[in-house]
Design a protein around this ligand. Structure first.
Ligand code: FAD
Length: 261
């Protein structure tokens, strides 16, 4: 069989696409490693409109219920949507029909089109204790966790637009925000940099290497080295927000003749 569409990924984007593909009666195969996507680990999500708060697990369950209700195995017996869950795509090849999608369990599916909604992961801070103190004061999502640090001194790692926009969010309720930047120049737009740095609660430190996150049970500070002097410094902070980029989960779609995408 040649599908009209294969959707890869069961986060918010893939789940929404699956429901719509079913409603449009496209012969669709939905393949996901897991349901829910990145925020499945969140204790509480406060900005899912229409629901005051829910956990990442509840959100994942809701996605699953909604997609399955539109699948051939669900309420809609004439549905054109098939589901493969717990399955990871590991390669895509060009084929006469369009594409061949291969999974880690060596299954192969043919399709005319592919929608890649496999999301991304955060580039992680490489420094002593950064892993151990993740979710214990060190976080990768200000819109999720920021309000928990109200009235506190916090640090933002990263001087791109994401770093400065995170700082701008945090300035609304944190006591102070210190942005730490690896190089001597900021990658963020100048207008954003100037606006954020104008705030008297804001400070930026440039040209440093982060060495260590301090803290026993929770984050207490961050240690960095000034590149110019080699001096080791410590900044007290109860929250650290890391904004050093995203890595797309698209390794399976890398082909030498990438152009056909
Ligand atoms: C800890 C945390 C908390 C967050 N909390 C919030 C919040 O409170 N509010 C908010 O608005 N945003 C929050 N976000 C951001 C939000 O989760 C993302 O913006 C959103 O999940 C992106 O959705 P997506 O569908 O594009 O991709 P993802 O959520 O990344 O979903 C990707 C999906 O693809 C699957 N997948 C990946 N690779 C493959 C493969 N090779 N084969 C098959 N399946 C694959 C994964 O299993 C997953 O189901 C949070 C993010 C994190 C990390």
């Amino acid at each position: 069989m040649v599908y009209d569409l294969i959707i890869i990924g069961g986060g918010p984007a893939g789940a929404a696409a699956a429901v719509y593909a079913s409603r449009k009666r496209l012969q669709t195969l939905f393949i996901t490693a897991e349901w829910g996507g990145q925020s499945v680990v969140s204790e509480k999500i406060y900005n899912w409109i229409g629901t005051t708060s829910l956990s990442g697990n509840e959100l994942a369950e809701n996605f699953k219920k909604h997609v399955l209700a539109n699948a051939e195995s669900g309420e809609n017996k004439s549905s054109t949507l098939k589901i493969k869950e717990g399955e990871k795509v590991n390669a895509i090849e060009k084929n006469d029909a369009g594409f061949k999608v291969k999974t880690e369990t060596s299954e192969e599916f043919l399709t005319k089109t592919i929608l890649i909604t496999s999301g991304s992961g955060r580039r992680k801070l490489v420094a002593k204790n950064a892993d151990r103190l993740e979710h214990k004061g060190l976080t990768y999502c200000a819109s999720c966790d920021g309000p928990l640090f109200s009235g506190m001194d916090v640090a933002v790692v990263g001087g791109g637009n994401a770093g400065f926009e995170t700082a701008a969010q945090l300035l609304a309720y944190c006591k102070s925000v210190t942005l730490l930047n690896r190089s001597d120049t900021f990658r963020a737009d100048e207008i954003t940099v100037l606006k954020v740095l104008k705030n008297p609660k804001m400070k930026a430190i440039k040209n440093i290497d982060i060495l260590e996150v301090k803290g026993d049970k929770f984050v207490e500070g961050i240690v960095y080295k000034e590149k110019a002097t080699g001096k080791k410094m410590e900044l007290k902070a109860t929250g650290i927000f890391v904004e050093i980029g995203q890595i797309p989960n698209t390794g399976f779609a890398k082909e030498p003749d990438w152009d056909y995408f």
